[in-house]
Design a protein around this ligand. Structure first.
Ligand code: FAD
Length: 433
C-alpha cells in the first residue's frame, strides 16, 4: 500500500497502486477484484482522484501519440499524455488545444473526466466540446468507442464523469489553428463587482480569453481583469525560465490571517501600477499557466493542506450571490489569495456531470483550518444552493449530498452508466458507493 494524496494535500491515505504502460493491460488491471480508479497527475484538489483502501491505476505510462493530421488538426493520443506535450507537439505546426485549464501538467484522461474549462469557457465551452471520440475500457472487459454523435450517451456520461464509467484509453481531439505561441493581452484594474461585470460583458465578444483576480478581503470587490486573444505576432521566443520549486512543507500555512491582507493589497497595487504596460503580447505558457512556474506550490499551505472552493452561479442572482459570498468570507476572517472570478457563456458542456453552466464562477483557495473553514463552507453552500448554483467536482472535498443532488439534475441518468468495478472517495461520499 502506498500513501497517496491529491493536490489539496488534505491527508494522504493508503492505496494499492499499479501503473498502466500498455492499453492492452487496462482490462486485466480492472479485473483484480478490488474497486479501481484511474489516477492521472493528481491535480484534482479534493477526493475525485482518490480511492483509499482500493486500487489506483496510474495512467502516466499511457503517453503515446498515435496520429496527428497537420492539415486538419486532428490528434489521436493515449489518455496519459500531458496537455503540455500536446501544446509542444502541435504549436510548431500551427495548432493548439482549443481549451486548456490553468495548468498544463494534467493528463488528457483527467481533463476529460473533469471536463475542464479554461479562460475561454465563454467562447469555446469546455474540454469535452473538442473531443471527437474516445475509447472506454470497462471492468467487464467491454470496449466502447463513443463521441458526440456515436454512442452519445456513453460519451456524455464519460465527459465530466469523474472516472467512474470506465478507463479512457485513447482519445481523438480537434485542435484549433493559431499563428504562433503569442497572445495579445490586457490587464485592467476594476474597483468593484459592477465594474467587473461591465468589463466581462464588453470583452465577451472580442476577447477569447477573460478572467479576473479578486481581492476577496476588500470592501468593494476590487481586482484585476485580464483578457487576451491569439496574436498574429511573430516574436522571438522568450528565454526558457527554469521552474522554481517549493522545497519543503513549512510548519504552518504561509497564507494566513497575518500575511493575507498584505499579499492581497500588495498584489492589487502592483498590478494596478503595471497598467501602463497593460497591452502586451504574452507567451501562452505565461498567460495560461502562471502557476506552473512554481513546482509544488501547494506545499505553501503547510501540513494541513488547503481546499479550493469553486462554484458557478446563474447570471441573474449571480452578482448578488457573489457579493453575499464575499461578505461571508470577510466576516469569517478566512480568506484566499488565489481568488478567481470568471463569467461562463451559454454554450453547453456535453457531460451529464460537467460543471460549467452559464453565469459567474468564483474560485477560492482556503488554508485548511478545520472547523472554522468548513463552517464557512456551510455558509457559502447555503448561498450557492439558494442561487441555484453548483460546486465543481474537480475541486470539491466536502460538499453535502443534498447540494450535489440538487445541483446535478442528471445524476440518476449518469448512474446507469457507472462501472461497478470503479469507485472513488468522492463517489462513496456523494453517491454512496
Ligand atoms: C494549478 C491548477 C490549476 C487548475 N486550473 C483549472 C482550470 O482552470 N479549469 C479547470 O477546469 N480545472 C483546473 N484545475 C483542475 C485540473 O485541471 C483537473 O482536476 C484535472 O482533471 C486534473 O487532471 P489529472 O490528470 O491530474 O487527473 P487526476 O486529478 O489524477 O484525476 C481526475 C479525474 O480523472 C479521472 N481520470 C484520470 N485519468 C483517467 C482515464 N484515463 N480514464 C478515466 N478517468 C480518468 C480520475 O479517476 C479522476 O476522477 C486546475 C488544477 C491545478 C492544480
Amino acid at each position: 500500500m502506498v500513501n497517496i494524496d491529491s493536490w489539496g494535500r488534505l491527508g494522504a491515505r493508503p492505496h494499492h497502486v499499479s501503473t498502466l504502460y500498455q492499453r492492452a493491460d487496462i482490462a486485466t488491471a480492472l479485473q483484480a477484484g478490488v474497486p479501481a480508479l484511474a489516477y492521472g497527475m493528481g491535480r484534482s484538489y479534493g477526493d475525485a482522484c482518490l480511492n483509499p483502501g482500493g486500487r489506483l491505476l496510474h495512467t502516466r505510462g499511457l503517453d503515446r501519440f498515435i496520429s496527428f493530421d497537420r492539415r486538419s488538426g486532428v490528434l489521436c493520443c493515449e489518455a496519459g499524455v500531458l496537455l503540455r506535450d500536446i501544446q509542444q507537439l502541435s504549436l510548431p505546426c500551427g495548432w493548439m488545444l482549443a481549451v486548456s485549464p490553468g495548468t498544463e501538467l494534467v493528463t488528457v484522461g483527467g481533463a476529460i473526466a473533469n471536463d475542464v474549462h479554461g479562460k475561454n469557457q465563454h467562447s469555446q465551452a469546455s474540454f469535452g466540446n473538442h473531443v471527437r471520440q474516445l475509447r472506454l475500457i470497462r471492468s467487464d472487459g467491454t470496449i466502447i468507442d463513443c463521441g458526440p454523435r456515436h454512442n452519445a450517451g456513453w460519451f456524455a456520461a464519460t465527459v465530466g464523469g469523474i472516472g467512474l464509467t470506465g478507463i479512457i484509453s485513447e482519445v481523438e481531439l480537434q485542435l484549433r489553428r493559431v499563428v504562433g505561441p503569442w497572445l495579445d493581452c490586457e490587464s485592467l484594474a476594476y474597483a468593484n463587482l459592477d465594474e467587473f461585470f461591465a468589463l466581462s460583458a464588453s470583452s465577451a465578444l472580442t476577447w477569447e480569453y477573460t478572467v479576473a483576480w479578486i481581492d476577496c478581503r476588500s470592501r468593494c470587490g476590487r481586482g484585476i481583469f485580464l483578457r487576451g486573444r491569439h496574436s498574429q505576432a511573430h516574436l522571438p521566443l522568450p528565454v526558457a525560465r527554469k521552474a522554481v520549486a517549493m522545497p519543503m512543507v513549512p510548519p504552518f500555512s504561509l497564507i494566513n490571517r497575518v500575511t493575507l491582507p498584505w499579499l492581497n493589497r500588495g498584489y492589487y497595487y502592483l498590478q494596478r501600477q503595471r497598467q501602463r504596460e497593460r497591452s502586451k503580447p504574452q507567451h501562452y505558457q505565461q498567460f495560461f499557466y502562471p502557476l506552473d512556474h512554481v513546482l509544488n506550490w501547494n506545499r505553501m499551505y503547510g501540513p494541513r493542506g488547503f481546499y479550493q472552493y469553486q462554484c458557478v452561479l446563474p447570471s441573474v442572482p449571480g452578482p448578488f450571490a457573489v457579493a453575499a459570498m464575499l461578505a461571508a468570507i470577510k466576516r469569517s476572517g478566512e480568506g484566499s489569495f488565489l481568488a478567481v472570478l470568471k463569467t461562463f457563456g451559454v454554450r453547453a458542456s456535453l457531460g451529464m456531470l460537467s460543471f460549467p453552466t452559464a453565469g459567474v464562477s468564483l474560485a477560492l483557495d482556503f488554508p485548511n483550518r478545520g472547523v472554522s473553514t468548513t463552517d464557512l463552507f456551510e455558509q457559502l453552500n447555503a448561498i450557492v444552493a439558494q442561487a441555484g448554483g453548483r460546486l465543481y467536482l474537480a475541486k470539491d472535498a466536502c460538499m453535502p449530498r443534498t447540494l450535489f443532488r440538487a445541483a446535478y439534475p442528471r445524476l440518476n441518468e449518469f448512474s446507469t452508466y457507472r462501472d461497478p468495478g470503479l469507485s472513488s472517495a468522492m463517489s462513496r461520499r456523494l453517491m454512496g458507493y
